[in-house]
Design a protein around this ligand. Structure first.
Ligand code: AMP
Length: 285
């Protein structure tokens, strides 16, 4: 990298650990900050780290306090920050959903017309409702949105949901999705795409892509090779190599991690044996 890059990382909350793990996996060797210290650096790359709340990252990047940052896409959209999303990071996935108490008759967003809705995301909530042509009153709360209906503060809520267990625990039922979010790497929109920023996006992107894939190896009789390659969900061409035992070939391919569980029994049926799957460390397409 040609000059030092400053990167803001979430100092606490849900995005903290996975952001740190991503940096570690990328090999830049982030150094733990000392107690109560908000700054640190990376040992293997010219990157300075600043630890701030995920909510504050969009503003720090927009104002040029740091070059790049990791935060939630919902926070960028809620603050309407003038930043560029450089990379989707594949963790912190959640969606902004409207929910009502179990006994409420509402079935969809349209049923919120004329009602009060509590949220910590007033901009995204108002936009989602307006996009659906729903005129509802949005009440902004700072936290614990899910108890608002029980407190009589609102009829419904619009809140971030990942597993849905918080909704269920609080006797709430989802009636619609307004926004899909995940953690993102952002940079200042007005910055030219510097070499340092491109390098960071490429290195983190190689880990994000690798996590979503597995390297698959298997053996198959040459006369059944077409059956095996036909079911491989690979984008590129698989590697085929002759084995010492005549008539057998080895197939190597990169496959989406999410497909592995359904693929293995089908490969066996197609005549594959000695099937191995390995994690991939880096992947630059
Ligand atoms: P924090 O409040 O610091 O824990 O971080 C909140 C951010 O984590 C949100 O802005 C989202 O981007 C992300 N997130 C992922 N899943 C959830 C969830 N179930 N509830 C709230 N935030 C979530």
């Amino acid at each position: 990298m040609s000059r030092r890059l400053t990167l803001a990382l979430p100092s606490k909350g849900r995005l903290r650990e996975p952001s740190w793990a991503l940096l570690e996996a990328s090999g830049v060797a982030p150094q733990e900050p000392g107690e109560r210290v908000l700054q640190s650096h990376c040992r293997n790359a010219e990157i300075d780290l600043l630890f701030v709340r995920a909510d504050d990252v969009p503003e720090y990047v927009q104002d040029g306090v740091v070059d790049c940052g990791i935060t939630g896409l919902d926070l960028v959209a809620e603050r309407q920050s003038n930043v560029e999303v450089l990379l989707r990071l594949g963790f912190g996935t959640c969606s902004l959903q409207a929910a009502v108490p179990d006994g409420d008759p509402a079935q969809s967003l349209a049923d919120l017309a004329g009602r009060r809705v509590a949220t910590t995301h007033p901009h995204l909530a108002a936009k989602g409702l307006a996009d659906g042509g729903v005129a509802a009153e949005v009440v902004t709360v700072a936290g614990a949105v899910e108890i608002s209906p029980r407190l009589g503060l609102a009829d419904a809520i619009i809140d971030l949901v990942s597993t849905g267990s918080t909704l269920r625990t609080n006797g709430l039922r989802s009636i619609g999705v307004l926004f899909e979010s995940e953690a993102v790497l952002v940079g200042r929109s007005s910055d030219a795409d510097s070499e340092a920023r491109r390098t960071l996006a490429t290195v983190l992107g190689s880990v994000v892509a690798a996590r979503a894939n597995r390297y698959l190896l298997c053996n198959v009789a040459r006369d059944r090779l077409d059956e095996v390659t036909a079911i491989l969900p690979t984008r590129g061409s698989p590697t085929i190599m002759d084995l010492a035992s005549s008539g057998l070939v080895a197939v190597h391919a990169l496959v989406p991690a999410a497909d592995i569980w359904s693929l293995l029994p089908r490969l066996e049926e197609a005549g594959a044996s000695s099937i191995l799957t390995l994690p991939v460390e880096r992947m630059v397409p």
